[in-house]
Design a protein around this ligand. Structure first.
Ligand code: NAD
Length: 458
């Protein structure tokens, strides 16, 4: 039961103590996971520092997909089909990002001088991971950090460490010691890592609140930071959309991973002409969705990942019943597991907490709008700006609206579509910097200019 190990300096080692990892569908303990100590975190940073000079980029092969998928469902809760998809995405990101290149760019080659832009590695990179996509988010960061020539210390979220530790076993087989290190914690080592003087860059995915702490802890040594933070994505349905056609896509965009997706649709603005029809379609989909243990066939919605998130979502649910009208869904009671049925809330408005804040769970507020300018204004009236989408039968009209939305990604007639070749980042308090593609790779490097004077006389 406790064959999970930390990865430090190429060695798979036990922690100081252990922490129980709980299956959110059963509340049963599925593993005793090693818990890293502060000394082990320092050792990991030292190992990464020592490995850094000798490191050259290596693509990583991803194997054992089946075992990974089941373990992912057991620790994270998402249905097996979504775990399998996370594995496929993980592999696609590892392979695609590892193929990028960092050529020297010549910006001037004239009579007087030759100027080159070199992208050099930074040193030790700390990657701090949340619990909603424990493997995929590692795959967002690891290939770019390594390809650029950095070494790493990865810290998974305390409630979802197991798949990352299994991944560490593959790293131990494949990579030189110290290039990748993985240290777990009980939510008590993040600050130590993000403020460590030998860490040159922190790539962080998690809540905006913790992102602020990471940003301030990076200040002392002017660390580079990339922050992928919270979101409150608005989707706007224009009056010419087809309710039957868009509802399943809106539903998928809101309820994947039981709504625990940074880029999920978290507020839905629908024109009054379609409002009743869209609400009814969504309610029917919500009622039909099978809720349960993600290992069972046909389950569409798994549990909330951890008790704290479950309690938070129950708070939103209770208020939603007062601030609006629940037309489908609600809490699941009388059985173990942190389940909430997909819930549709209508007749709710901006100002309600469910609309203004990030719920990060399976409850969707549907807000009636009478005018598109008003919808755009409301969508933009948020401290967040991760994603947004516009839904319409008229591509030109939708494009006009999309260009006015303040977000890092704006979709038309889709949501949650992303990939390794498309840069991804948040506007406003949803983040800082970008991940993926060449733009993301650049963030793991130090830009160095080599400027050579040309003396024609010699
Ligand atoms: P969280 O901020 O609570 O934790 C994220 C990680 O930070 C965990 O590993 C945690 O242990 C660590 N941590 C805690 N305190 C720290 C500190 N002081 N310094 C450094 N690290 C510390 O987030 P969460 O609850 O795990 O994830 C949910 C949030 O993440 C949501 O807001 C969601 O929108 C956001 N998220 C964003 C993206 C994105 O790409 N923008 C992706 C997934 C999740």
């Amino acid at each position: 039961m406790s064959d999970y190990k930390l990865l430090i300096g190429g060695r798979l080692v036990a922690g100081d103590t252990t922490i129980p990892v709980v299956n959110p569908a059963t509340e049963a303990v599925i593993a005793d996971c090693p818990r890293g100590s502060a000394a082990q975190m320092d050792e990991a940073v030292a190992a990464a520092k020592a490995a850094f000079p000798g490191w050259a980029a290596l693509p990583i092969a991803d194997r054992r997909a089946e075992e990974f998928a089941r373990l992912l469902t057991r620790e994270q809760g998402k249905p097996l089909s979504e775990s399998t998809a996370e594995l496929a995405y993980t592999e696609a990101f590892l392979r695609s990002l590892a193929m990028l290149d960092l050529p020297v760019r010549v910006v001037e080659d004239g009579e007087q001088r030759r100027v080159e832009l070199h992208r050099r590695p930074l040193g030790v990179v700390a990657a701090i991971i949340p619990w909603n996509f424990p493997l995929l988010i590692v795959a967002f960061k690891l290939p770019l950090a390594l390809l650029a020539g950095n070494s790493m210390v990865i810290k998974p979220a305390p409630t979802t460490p197991l798949t990352t530790l299994r991944f560490g076993e593959l790293c131990a087989e494949t990579l030189p010691p110290g290039v990748v290190n993985i240290v777990t914690d009980a939510n008590d080592l993040g600050a130590r890592l993000s403020s460590h003087p030998d860490v040159r860059k922190v790539t962080f995915t998690g809540s905006t609140e913790t992102g602020r702490r990471v940003m301030s802890s990076a200040a002392a040594t002017i660390k580079r930071i990339t922050l992928e933070l919270g979101g409150n994505d608005a989707a706007i349905v224009l009056d010419d959309a087809d309710p039957k056609a868009v509802a399943p896509k809106l539903f998928a965009g809101a309820f994947m991973n039981a709504g625990q997706v940074c880029l999920a649709i978290k507020r839905l603005y629908v024109h009054e002409r379609l409002y009743d029809a869209v609400c009814a379609e969504l309610a029917a989909l919500a009622e039909a969705a099978v809720v349960g243990d993600g290992l069972l066939p046909d389950v569409r919605i798994g549990p909330l990942q951890n008790r704290a998130q479950y309690d938070k979502v129950l708070g939103f649910l209770e208020e939603a019943g007062r601030d609006g009208r629940i037309i489908a869904g609600g809490a699941v009671t009388g059985r173990p597991g942190w389940f909430v049925r997909p819930t549709i809330v209508r007749d709710i408005a901006d100002g309600a907490r469910l609309v203004d804040e990030e719920q990060f769970g399976p409850i969707l507020p549907v807000i009636k709008v009478t005018d598109i300018d008003d919808a755009v204004r409301r969508a933009n009236a948020s401290p967040y700006g991760l994603g947004a989408s516009v839904w319409s039968s008229n591509a030109d009209r939708a494009y006009g609206v999309a260009c006015r939305l303040e977000a890092g990604t704006v979709w038309i007639n889709t949501h949650l579509d992303f990939g390794p070749t498309i840069p991804f980042g948040g506007a406003k308090q949803s983040g800082l910097g970008v991940e993926f593609a060449e733009e993301g790779l650049a963030e793991f490097t130090q830009l160095t200019i080599i400027n050579r004077a040309i003396n024609r006389a010699n």
